[in-house]
Design a protein around this ligand. Structure first.
Ligand code: AHR
Length: 524
């Protein structure tokens, strides 16, 4: 551990760890796609029903059945895109059952999630209305596992075609005159698992087939995302790159036309324990705390692994990398339906989010999109609802505090020696950081993962000068602190007081287990 500065508190001498680094203000890197701050809403538990959608007859304020308090809260996050209808659900969803008069829509069994009956009252038009209310771009995952090529092709036509084609006519009959603009389309989900148990090469052929017959209508240019690997399965990514006709070392065997898919996804969840006992979202000790953050920090290496495979086949970076499911996955809350994946969200989850965003920013060259799983009431949620009650989670606050990284230019931020902490093999680097610049201001994000000790971060500011820093801090006395309807502000951002710029250095003191942002106006 690097203990090279000292402070005294309450008369007793204690040591304060210091981490030094360099922030280059005049070396802007690539743009951080706003879409790495994307979201995911599946027909799972109370994400859609009860979370986003309560129906028009609800006593809760709603527009067309969409819950307005949830929309209002999410608007503060500037959500760039929303993925729907799954997840695993996407590969058993038949979109035509979710359009037309609600009372005539067929029901189905949601066999993946709780074996409940889905009434299809939230379908394509409701989803598009939700995206419009949120100001988010839709990202629709089509059914490759149990659907047909024609079904996906028709869905694209239904949503995006302007003339009198059969699907455009059907859309008009269902009340929508103008086509929507829908760029992002997923070609199935987890085809190696719930999406059909396929081999990578077999799925690559299917992705080519589904992608080929999903057409650009009018001005709407599709950005098709092939369903990718679990975690560090780089072989899957390689099969999809080869499936596109890309050759090792660059070049392509494809003779004409656009690629049938423009991006390849993968999924990575932070799961601290074995699948049968992942651990509680709120009851955890130091060992579990560090194990969780260790798992979260693995993401950086996994991103690098997928990016390296893609670089080998596509040095010009024509194909995007998408992480369309990420977040913590703990045991469900006691007494809740195991198929509904409802978990509380603590300060630990917020730190997981901070670590992920730093890794996303570092991989801005290749990573074009990422989607938190999931936005409301499922896994690492932004919002938890209970009837009328609505609670913003600690993770929500990280998304809000970090939102100005969206479409900003990444700045080079290099840390020197960072102390590591942990238990056994689950060691973590205790400080994580990233920075970007937009509209004449720099945003620095800093996470102190140390469970017990504060840290002082000192960054040499090179290549420019800055004005007065404004800091915000998210922390709480306990790493397990969380918000509830009775205590909704237990974890809430406040002002970061221990921040200053002196002698060309940014000096920040971060309390134990905390996340902070610092805004620095750049002076001409
Ligand atoms: O987000 C929950 C589930 O996790 C998704 O449906 C699936 O894609 C993944 O396994």
């Amino acid at each position: 551990m690097n203990l090279n500065s000292e402070e005294s508190s309450s008369g007793s001498e204690t040591t304060l760890a210091q981490v030094r680094g360099v922030l280059d203000l005049d070396l802007p890197g690539p743009t951080i796609s706003r879409h790495v701050y994307g979201h995911f809403a599946e027909h799972l538990g109370h994400c859609i029903y009860g979370g986003f959608f309560v129906g028009e007859d609800s006593s809760l304020p709603n527009e067309g059945g969409i819950r307005l308090d949830v929309v209002e809260a999410l608007k503060a996050l500037d959500i760039p895109n929303l993925r729907w209808p799954g997840g695993c659900f996407a590969d058993e969803y038949h979109w035509q059952n979710g359009v037309g008069p609600r009372e005539q829509r067929p029901t189905m069994v949601n066999s993946h999630w709780g074996d409940v009956v889905e009434d299809n009252s939230f379908g394509t038009h409701e989803f598009m209305a939700l995206c419009e209310l949120l100001g988010a771009e839709p990202y629709i995952s089509a059914n490759v596992g149990s659907g047909t090529v024609q079904e996906m092709s028709d869905w694209v036509e239904y949503l995006t075609r302007a003339d009198d084609s059969p699907m455009a006519r059907l859309r008009r009959q269902n009340g929508r005159e103008e086509p929507w603009s829908v760029r992002f389309w997923g070609l199935g989900n987890e085809p190696w698992g719930c999406g059909g148990g396929m081999r990578a090469e077999f799925y690559a052929d299917l992705a080519n087939q589904f992608g080929t017959y999903s057409r650009d209508h009018g001005e709407n240019r599709l950005y098709r995302i092939a369903a990718g690997a679990a975690d560090a399965d780089y072989r899957w990514t390689e099969a999809l790159m080869a499936g596109l006709g890309h050759k090792l070392g660059g070049g392509t065997t494809r003779r004409h036309g656009r690629h049938p898919y423009q991006a390849i996804s993968f999924h990575y969840y932070t799961v601290p324990g074995p699948w049968q006992h992942k651990g509680s979202a709120t009851q955890f000790d130091r060992e579990e705390y560090y194990r969780t953050l260790h798992q979260a920090q693995r993401l950086r290496g996994i991103l690098a692994g997928h990016a390296a495979v893609m670089d080998a086949y596509d040095p010009e970076r024509q194909v995007g990398l998408v992480l369309d499911e990420w977040g913590t996955w703990f045991d469900v809350e006691p007494g809740t339906n195991p198929g509904f994946l409802f978990q509380q969200n603590t300060l630990r989850d917020a730190l997981v989010a901070g670590v992920h965003f730093d890794a996303f920013h570092d991989h801005a060259e290749r990573l074009v999109m990422a989607n938190i799983a999931q936005t409301v009431n499922v896994l690492q949620a932004m919002i938890l609802t209970d009837g009328e009650a609505l609670v913003l989670t600690p993770s929500y606050h990280v998304f809000e505090m970090n939102k100005d990284h969206q479409d900003a230019q990444r700045l080079r931020l290099a840390l020197g020696e960072v102390p590591s902490r942990g238990e056994g093999e689950a060691q973590v680097d205790t400080v994580s950081a990233s920075a970007s610049s937009k509209h004449g201001a720099v945003l620095v994000s800093l996470t102190n993962l140390d469970a017990d000790e504060p840290v002082e971060v000192v960054l040499d500011l090179r290549g420019g000068s800055v004005g007065t820093p404004v800091g915000r801090l998210l922390t709480a006395p306990s790493m397990a602190a969380h918000n509830t309807p009775a205590n909704p502000d237990e974890v809430h951002p406040g002002a970061l007081r221990d921040v200053r710029v002196e002698d060309g250095r940014l000096v920040v003191r971060l309390p134990a287990h905390s996340f902070a942002t610092v805004r620095l106006p750049v002076l001409d």
